[in-house]
Write a protein that binds this ligand. Structure first.
Ligand code: ADP
Length: 250
């Protein structure tokens, strides 16, 4: 009886600590938005107990490998959440540090399609107008593309379509899929931090609901915007609009 009770109690202590860290991570996200020093402090505060947790789990591994493996997965999930959350919080301070140049967007889009969807088993179609330029930061614009392309891969069923074109003085990028789409009443809120729709919670798709908030933040620095509509394939189309820039290199 005693033995049965001691082992679970050790696990339940770890589990309580795990839940505590997770709660702390979520609560601090909004606090961190305007205070750079806090980001670094919290990053340290969250990582230290996680490292301790990992160590404790490694010690327990021989006793109950199955349960320890499940808990290790939770810890890894938490590390990912902390990374994603910190990367979102850091974005708040990066604008001042962000350098902008003339970016060949057509090339950037093609490169990111290759990188994010090169190994996809979905049918990927794209129509990329050439020689389209924007004034911006290639690292952050690549992040926008990655988040949208990875979502299409994650939530789409069989097909993904990407289009890049010029309309008046604007560049329009659209990423469409044939997945469940976004219900009309969620088309604004889906861009808020930590928003995940029920369909994706029940699905085995990793994520914390920060990807689209990051997209919105980066695009606002570029005087751009992102909105969602229904795709021709009845899934989602994520549309991006950015001011076009003339190519000063030619
Ligand atoms: P994450 O994918 O990490 O959960 P995002 O901020 O990228 O976070 O997306 C927020 C939510 O919007 C997702 O959890 C999902 O419910 C929904 N979503 C995003 N992209 C798509 C898509 N292409 N099709 C359907 N739902 C999507």
């Amino acid at each position: 009886q005693l033995d049965i009770e001691t082992k679970p109690s050790r696990f339940s202590a770890i589990s309580t600590l795990t839940q505590h860290i997770q709660k702390l991570a979520l609560q601090t996200a909004s606090l961190m938005q305007n205070q750079k020093h806090l980001v670094n402090a919290v990053s340290h505060e969250l990582r230290t107990p996680l490292a301790r947790l990992k160590f404790a789990l490694a010690m327990l591994a021989p006793k109950d490998p199955q349960q320890v493996q499940a808990m290790s997965q939770d810890v890894t999930e938490m590390e990912l959440l902390i990374d994603e959350m910190l990367s979102y919080a850091r974005l708040e301070f990066s604008e001042r540090e962000m350098s902008k140049t003339n970016i060949p967007l057509s090339d950037l889009v093609e490169a990111q399609i290759g990188k994010c969807l090169g190994a996809s088993n979905k049918q990927v179609e794209h129509s990329i107008a050439q020689d389209i330029y924007v004034f911006g930061n290639d690292h952050y614009l690549a992040r926008v593309l990655q988040n949208l392309l990875q979502n299409a891969e994650k939530y789409g069923a069989q097909k993904i379509k990407i289009e890049l074109k010029l309309r008046d003085n604007h560049v329009i990028l659209s990423v469409s899929d044939d997945g469940p789409g976004i219900p009309v009443d969620k088309r604004d809120s889906v861009f808020s931090p930590f928003t995940r729709l029920d369909s994706s919670r029940s699905k085995e798709t990793g994520g914390f609901g920060l990807g689209l908030a990051i997209v919105t933040k980066i695009l606002s620095w570029h005087n751009g915007k992102c909105w969602v509509t229904e795709s021709e394939m009845l899934g989602a189309t994520f549309n991006v609009s950015l001011p076009a820039h003339r190519n000063t290199n030619i």
